[in-house]
Design a protein around this ligand. Structure first.
Ligand SMILES: [Fe+2]
Length: 544
């Protein structure tokens, strides 16, 4: 083994050493001894390394570009600037740099300084080239490892960024869900569809932060008829801008696919919308569909900065609520219609059975609603009163015709049978959920304030108010109507009977209210003047 200017010659030593493979390593060599430097460079180049050789360490530092070489091999003892300073400078520029220090055996102090300053390793002089080559292979492997690690770290960074983005989107969605839920809770307070849609459209503008929003609902097949729209200056009222939905061209543009938005609508659309006084800068659209059926459309116009995926998410949720409301409203309307038709049929059945009470049911309803109005009943309660009074004599269906239409006085057995119409009526409707709130109209309309009524003999305020009210209305109409067993009383006489019965047969408060209604002429078909004459009775007699 030959030693040459501090380095062992390499030709024989490197034989059998691991090949560099296809990947060439670039090594910066720094040594003030030109002969040693060139000898070392030659050895490495023979082994397939590319070298950058510097006799002047300052020039080496000037030329150094972080990451441009795979390793730096530097002597320590050099004039001007020593190897440790070179190491420190390089590490300050590139902490990842692999710097191999060449030092003498006795140079303990420099060895320690080198390691403390971040040298990868120290190789003793005279250098065995084999040691350097194996160290460079180590460096190569370390660099590969580091590259892999860096790649993984970058991937991790990207994944973290993606996660951050997903989290942010999720947060936005959570906020959106909260906002939509707050809209839903406000909308749920509304009962009828127009109210629901008006509430919805008012909240959509606020929710999306856009200038206008419009809901159009189809009436059956193709035509858009009902329109609810709002803008920032016209909260909750009809807006002429919604008339754009009357344009088939606009509708064909809007009514496609699922929710979509366009922050740069084409010139054609802008021009057509302008005809409807909409200066559209952008728009978001959600067709309201149930299965294959188009129920309507929900559109938002003009959001500063444009609509986003989050707006699309929110509008899709709101439109699904609108679809449910519209669809349910259709079902409710059908059920309501069916219910009303059924009630009308039943009332006709009662009236047809008892020829003397024809029209009685309708009049009792009218009087009861008038009294209810004076008592301050709300719409729901008045609706119950209407249905309850229509049903109050439903039990007469179960009374035999010869008793119901008997001319002359009933026997005590027949009277007992007749009285059973209240319990028969109660039994007929008691299991119908829709009629559970009107049972007292049926069961209690023949109870008396003094407790001598039927079927239960309740007294005073034991009798439900519904029963006390309909009792006055029913009795008054019975008195001024012809019956099979007697003629109608004049209105004045009937009023006297009510007054006489106040506090015994009737609730005096209800009698007072009813007479007040009569005197003020608020009851259709009974003029205030009829209280002074018997014209009305004459008319009824002629009609009866
Ligand atoms: Fe009755």
């Amino acid at each position: 083994m030959k030693v040459f200017s501090g380095y062992m010659q390499c030709d024989a030593i490197s034989k059998g050493f691991e090949s560099m493979g296809n990947e060439s390593m670039k090594v910066m060599l720094i040594d003030d001894d030109r002969e040693c430097l060139e000898s070392l460079g030659d050895c490495l180049e023979i082994e397939g390394y590319e070298t950058l050789q510097f006799v002047d360490p300052l020039l080496a530092l000037e030329s150094y570009v972080p990451g441009s070489v795979d390793a730096i091999v530097t002597d320590i003892n050099m004039p001007g600037i020593n190897g440790i300073q070179v190491l420190q400078k390089i590490k300050s520029l590139d902490p990842e740099a692999f710097v191999i220090m060449l030092t003498g055996y006795a140079d303990v102090e420099n060895s320690i300084s080198s390691l403390n300053s971040g040298a990868y390793t120290l190789l003793r002089k005279p250098l065995k080239i084999h040691d350097l080559l194996s160290t460079l292979v180590e460096v190569r492997d370390k660099r590969r490892e580091n590259t892999e690690l860096n790649k993984k770290a970058q991937e991790l960074d990207r994944t973290t960024e993606d996660l951050d983005k997903t989290y942010e989107e999720l947060q936005n969605h959570v906020v959106a869900v909260d906002q939509v839920q707050s809209v839903i809770s406000k909308i749920h307070a509304a009962i009828d569809l127009p109210h629901i849609l008006n509430e919805m459209v008012a909240h959509v503008s606020h929710l999306l932060g856009c200038q206008y929003s419009v809901i159009k609902v189809r009436d059956g097949d193709r035509r858009y008829c009902k329109c609810y729209s709002v803008n920032e200056h016209l909260s909750g009222r009809h807006c002429s801008k919604a008339d754009c939905m009357d344009s088939p061209q606009i509708v064909s543009w809007l009514e496609c696919g699922s929710t979509w938005f366009d922050n740069d609508p084409g010139e054609d659309m802008i021009r057509v919308l302008k005809k409807y006084e909409i200066d559209a800068t952008n728009l978001i659209v959600s067709p309201l569909t149930h299965g294959d059926k188009a129920l309507g459309i929900l559109v938002g116009f003009n959001k500063p900065g444009g609509f986003s995926g989050n707006d699309k998410f929110m509008l899709t949720m709101v439109s699904s609520i609108a679809v449910t409301a519209i669809f349910n409203n259709g079902l409710i309307s059908q059920l309501k219609e069916l219910f009303e038709t059924t009630i009308e049929s039943l009332v006709k059945t009662i009236d047809a059975k008892d020829s003397y009470t024809r029209g009685h049911t309708g009049r009792v309803s009218q009087y009861t609603l008038a009294i209810g109005g004076e008592l301050g009943w709300d719409e729901e309660k008045l609706n119950q009163a209407y249905i309850g009074t229509l049903f109050h004599d439903i039990g007469k269906i179960g009374i035999p015709d010869h008793v119901l239409n008997k001319k002359g006085k009933l026997t005590s057995e027949e009277y007992e049978l007749m009285k059973s119409h209240v319990t028969i009526g109660y039994e007929i409707i008691k299991d119908i959920p829709k009629l559970k709130d009107v049972l007292d109209y049926v069961l209690c309309h023949h109870e008396r304030w003094d407790g001598r009524g039927y079927p239960r003999g309740l007294a005073g305020e034991q009798i439900p108010l519904d029963g006390r009210v309909v009792c006055v209305a029913d009795s008054f109409d019975a008195m001024i109507s012809n019956r099979s067993y007697r003629n109608a009383l004049p209105v004045t006489k009937a009023v006297d009977e009510l007054k006489n019965g106040a506090g015994s047969q009737f609730d005096a408060r209800i009698v007072k209210i009813f007479i007040g209604l009569l005197q003020s002429g608020k009851l259709e078909g009974i003029s205030a003047a009829s209280l002074e004459s018997d014209d009305m009775v004459d008319q009824r007699k002629q009609a009866g």
